[in-house]
Structure formats: structure tokens, C-alpha cells
Design a binder for this molecule. Structure first.
Ligand code: SF4
Ligand code: SF4
Length: 344
């Protein structure tokens, strides 16, 4: 691993820290009823900028090769047709991970001196692909977390949506399935699946979870996604990946301890752990916030005060909770404090 990818200043190279290999056989999974159909996006506003996000930064996210199929030119021609048909007044921006230098090179050759398309090669540091950060890097514009970018004339699309728009809008074929990445320590193997829209999570996970493990399931990853407990939930177009993690609440002890006799767990019993003022959370925050400050205001009962320190800029990436050695629930606290503003 290169030295510069090991630190955690303003983000974290999750792809280098947790490399993931996936089985390259793509399993087809059908729903047990009529599949749902991809809803072609409707744009009420005039779109001036279309950013195509080809910079996944999470190991569990769907990799680009699944959609590009190692035929970048075919994909680029799709983009060209879409631009001509739907966004003829807009400029296209390809934000491509620098890890895929061949794709970057092919895109640059394709773009040549054309005015309608620009290519950006981006570091794959998480959360570089967050809409707030992408918009800032590519367009130099500020949008807030969770804000709809369309009123600003900005559309951010992933490669799979580009492909579906082409298939349904230009080739006139209904799109009723999508690709998903399935990974995690609770599964027999990491894999890519092609699944009909409307299929339940329960059906997808059938025979894929390791036997005799308790597990937790996250839609769109453990950092930015949501944990689900109702597995009858159906897959819609917004689902990019499912992560299944084995529930581990026991500490692995050094060999000199009698691990069988000592039941140490990671459960909190009584008081939660202390902030050790390491500043790791401040360092890793990609938008220069100070999560420890929020934490200390929160535990003093000053939730409103915490919100005074730019908390609205938080993009809820979860890196502060991830890096905290005391495993304090910083992101959860921030979300709780931010919600106070919404209810006032
Ligand atoms: S969750 Fe918010 S405060 Fe924490 S690191 Fe991410 S942006 Fe910063
Ligand atoms: S990372 Fe955790 S322990 Fe370190 S300063 Fe932040 S809140 Fe405190």
C-alpha cells in the first residue's frame, strides 16, 4: 500500500484498507411476481450539468466493470447518445476513479477537444463520491447535504442508471432488473447478482448466508446505508449493494489468556467509554468539522449548542464513528442533533 493511501486526513482509503474480491460468476435472481420496471427519471428543471459518477469509494459498492463490461467505448457512446437525446444543452462530466487509469485514458481520448464533455480523474478516497464533494470538485459549487441538486440544474447519475436510460429510452426495451454487489463476513462468498426489481432481500439471501452465524444486514453499506431487520423489503433502483456482517460481540484475546473462561465482549455495560482526545475524528472528517466538539456538547446536554458549530455541513459519511478508538456513536449523535432543527 502506498504511504499516502494509509493516512486518514479528510477521508479514508477504504478500498485499500479493505480490499474485496468477488466471485466473477453473476447469479441471476428472479422475483416471484411480475417484476417492477425502471422508472425513467423526469426532470422538471433545465439540466445544465450531468455528472457521471464512476468513482466508487466503498469496497462493498458495485464496481464499474460490471456495467462497463471492459468495453469503455461502448459505454461512452451510450453517454453521447443520451446527451444528444436528453441533455443537448448540458455539459457532461465523467468523474472516474484514478484507480482505473485505462478507463480514464480511453475517456480522455474519446472526449478529445469536444466541448460537451470533460473528464476528471479522482482519488478514490471515501467519501469522494458523495454528491456534496463531487459537486464541489467537478463544478466548484456548494450544495448542502441531502439537498436536491436538480433545482441548480445539476444531475448526478451512476453508470447503471446511464445504461438503463439508454436501454429503456433509446433502445425502447423495458429494464426490469439491476446489478447488485453482495458482500460481507456473514456470507459464503462475495458476489455480483443480477436481480429483478421487486425481489425481496429474503429471497436474495437464501442459501448465501453462512450457516450458524448471527448476522446484520445493511442496504447500501454500513457507513452511508441503512441496517434492515425486515427482510421482506423489496429491491428498488436505489439499492446498489447489500452487506451482510457476522455479528461479533466477543473480543479476540491474546493467546496467554484463558479465552474460554473469560467472557469479554464488546457490549457496553454501564458507562460508555471515554473520549480520549485523540482528534482522529477531526482529522478524518472530509468537510473539516469537529465531531469531538459535538460529542462533548452533547454529553453536557447542550444539543442545541452543538448545532452552532457548522453541524449542517455534515454529510453523514460515518467516518468519525468508524475511526473513533472509543467507538463513540458520533454520527448517531450528530444526526440526532441535526434533527432538532427540523422539528423546530
Ligand atoms: S459523519 Fe459528519 S462529522 Fe462525521 S466525519 Fe462524516 S462529515 Fe464529518
Ligand atoms: S475519535 Fe473519539 S476518542 Fe478521539 S477525539 Fe474523537 S470522539 Fe474523542
Amino acid at each position: 500500500m502506498k504511504k499516502e493511501t494509509m493516512g486518514f486526513k479528510g477521508g479514508f482509503h477504504l478500498l485499500d484498507a479493505y480490499p474485496l474480491s468477488v466471485c466473477n460468476i453473476i447469479d441471476e435472481i428472479s422475483s416471484d411476481s411480475t417484476p417492477e420496471t425502471f422508472q425513467f427519471p423526469v426532470f422538471g428543471q433545465k439540466i445544465k450539468h450531468v455528472i457521471v459518477n464512476l468513482c466508487p469509494t466503498e469496497p462493498w459498492a458495485l464496481p464499474n466493470w460490471v456495467i462497463l463490461k471492459h468495453k469503455t467505448i461502448v459505454f461512452l457512446n451510450m453517454i453521447k447518445e443520451i446527451q444528444k437525446t436528453y441533455f443537448s444543452d448540458a455539459r457532461l462530466y465523467l468523474a472516474i476513479t484514478e484507480k482505473e487509469d485505462r478507463v480514464v485514458e480511453e475517456a480522455r481520448n474519446f472526449a478529445g477537444g469536444e466541448d460537451w464533455i470533460r473528464v476528471f480523474s479522482l482519488s478514490a478516497k471515501y467519501p469522494q463520491d458523495d454528491p456534496v464533494i463531487l459537486t464541489k470538485i467537478v463544478l466548484g459549487m456548494d450544495v448542502n447535504f441531502g439537498q436536491d441538486t436538480k433545482p441548480f440544474g445539476i444531475l448526478i447519475l451512476d453508470p447503471q442508471t446511464i445504461s438503463a436510460m439508454h436501454e429503456q429510452g433509446i433502445m425502447r426495451k423495458d429494464v426490469t432488473s439491476r446489478y447488485l454487489a453482495l458482500s460481507g463476513t456473514g456470507l459464503r462468498e462475495n458476489e455480483i447478482i443480477h436481480v429483478e426489481l421487486g425481489t425481496s432481500v429474503e429471497k436474495i439471501l437464501k442459501n448465501k448466508v453462512r450457516e450458524a452465524v448471527t448476522f446484520r444486514v445493511f442496504i447500501n453499506g454500513p457507513l452511508r446505508g441503512k441496517e434492515i431487520t425486515d427482510f421482506s423489503q423489496k429491491i428498488d433502483w436505489s439499492v446498489n449493494n447489500i452487506v451482510v456482517l457476522e455479528e461479533k460481540n466477543r473480543k479476540a484475546l491474546f493467546p496467554m489468556f484463558k479465552a474460554d473462561e473469560l467472557a469479554f465482549t464488546t457490549n457496553l455495560i454501564g458507562e460508555s467509554r471515554r473520549c480520549v482526545y485523540c482528534n482522529f475524528c477531526d482529522d478524518i472528517c472530509p468537510v473539516d468539522l469537529e465531531p469531538a466538539l459535538y460529542y462533548h456538547s452533547y454529553v453536557r446536554g447542550e444539543k442545541h449548542k452543538a448545532r452552532l458549530y457548522n453541524m449542517g455541513k455534515c454529510i453523514e459519511c460515518g467516518l468519525c464513528s468508524f475511526i473513533c478508538p472509543s467507538k463513540l456513536e458520533l454520527q448517531k449523535i450528530i444526526i440526532e442533533c441535526k434533527a432538532l432543527g427540523k422539528h423546530e
